[in-house]
Write a protein that binds this ligand. Structure first.
Ligand code: FES
Length: 235
C-alpha cells in the first residue's frame, strides 16, 4: 500500500516546528518601484483587496491569482503579492505554505489529487492512489499527490484532475484519465461530478457567478488544464 510521505520528524511538512531565527532582520514590505508586477495580475489582486475591509483577507485569492499566472507560488510571485498588498513576504509565505493547494515548487503540467481520506479510503482510495503513482509517477507531466478530504465524499473514491472532480473511480479509469489529460480532452466526462444526475434539476446547472468565474481553478489556463465537459461529451 502506498504511504503518505512523511519526513524524519513524522511530519508531512518539513521544518514546520523548527525555531525561527530571531536574530534575523524581518524582510520589509517590497518596494513597488523595485518589484514589477504584471498589470493583469496587479489589477486582479487589487480587485480582490477592494472586496474586504481588511486587505489581508484577500491574501488567499491573491495567491491563487499568482498561481494561475505563474503556475506556482514562486518566491517572486509571493514578493509581487506582498508588494501589491503592502504586506511582508513572510506574511504571504506563511499562507502560501499552509494551504495544500498552493504549490511552492514548480509544478508539472497536470495536477492529480487523489483523496485518501476516510470515505474514499473505505472505498479503495489507497489502492487507487498506488495505481496512479505506478502509472504516472515517472511521468514529468503529472503531479500525483494524495490529498485530505476534497469535499466530494459522495463520489468516493475520487480525484481532482486539474481542478475537475471525477469519481467514483476504478483502477481501469487511471489510464483513461492520463490519456484525456495528455490529449487536452475533458477528463472522464462520464464521471465528472458536474455531470452527475441530481434530484434538483437546477442544482447541476452552473450559476453564472462572475466572481467565481474570474477566480477559476488554481491553475493557469495556458497549462492545458482539463475542463468540465457537457454530458453529451460522454463516450
Ligand atoms: S473522503 Fe474523499 S472526498 Fe471526502
Amino acid at each position: 500500500m502506498a504511504r503518505v510521505q512523511r519526513y524524519a520528524d513524522g511530519s508531512r511538512v518539513p521544518g514546520w516546528d523548527q525555531a525561527v531565527d530571531l536574530t534575523k532582520e524581518p524582510a520589509p514590505v517590497p518596494e513597488p518601484a523595485t518589484t514589477p508586477v504584471p498589470d493583469e495580475l496587479r489589477a486582479t489582486i487589487e480587485a480582490y483587496m477592494a472586496k474586504y475591509p481588511d486587505r489581508r483577507s484577500a491574501v488567499i485569492p491573491a495567491l491563487a491569482a499568482a498561481q494561475r499566472h505563474y503556475g506556482w507560488c514562486s518566491p517572486e510571485a509571493m514578493d509581487q503579492v506582498a508588494a501589491v498588498m503592502r504586506l511582508t513576504p513572510a506574511y504571504v509565505e506563511s499562507i502560501a505554505t499552509f494551504y495544500d493547494m498552493f504549490e511552492n515548487e514548480p509544478s508539472p503540467l497536470h495536477d492529480i489529487y487523489v483523496c485518501t481520506n476516510i470515505s474514499c479510503s473505505l472505498r479503495g482510495a489507497d489502492e487507487l492512489f498506488e495505481h496512479f503513482v505506478e502509472t504516472l509517477g515517472d511521468d514529468a507531466q503529472f503531479n500525483v499527490r494524495s490529498f485530505e478530504c476534497l469535499g466530494a465524499c459522495d463520489i468516493a473514491p475520487m480525484a481532482s484532475v486539474d481542478g475537475v472532480y471525477v469519481g467514483p473511480l476504478e483502477l481501469d479509469d487511471v489510464p483513461r484519465i492520463a490519456n484525456d489529460a495528455r490529449d487536452g480532452r475533458p477528463v472522464l466526462p462520464s464521471k465528472q461530478i458536474a455531470n452527475r444526475a441530481v434530484a434538483d434539476p437546477g442544482a447541476a446547472v452552473p450559476v453564472p457567478d462572475p466572481d467565481a468565474m474570474a477566480a477559476g481553478p488554481l491553475v493557469p489556463p495556458e497549462r492545458g488544464r482539463g475542463e468540465a465537459a457537457a454530458p453529451e461529451d460522454e463516450l
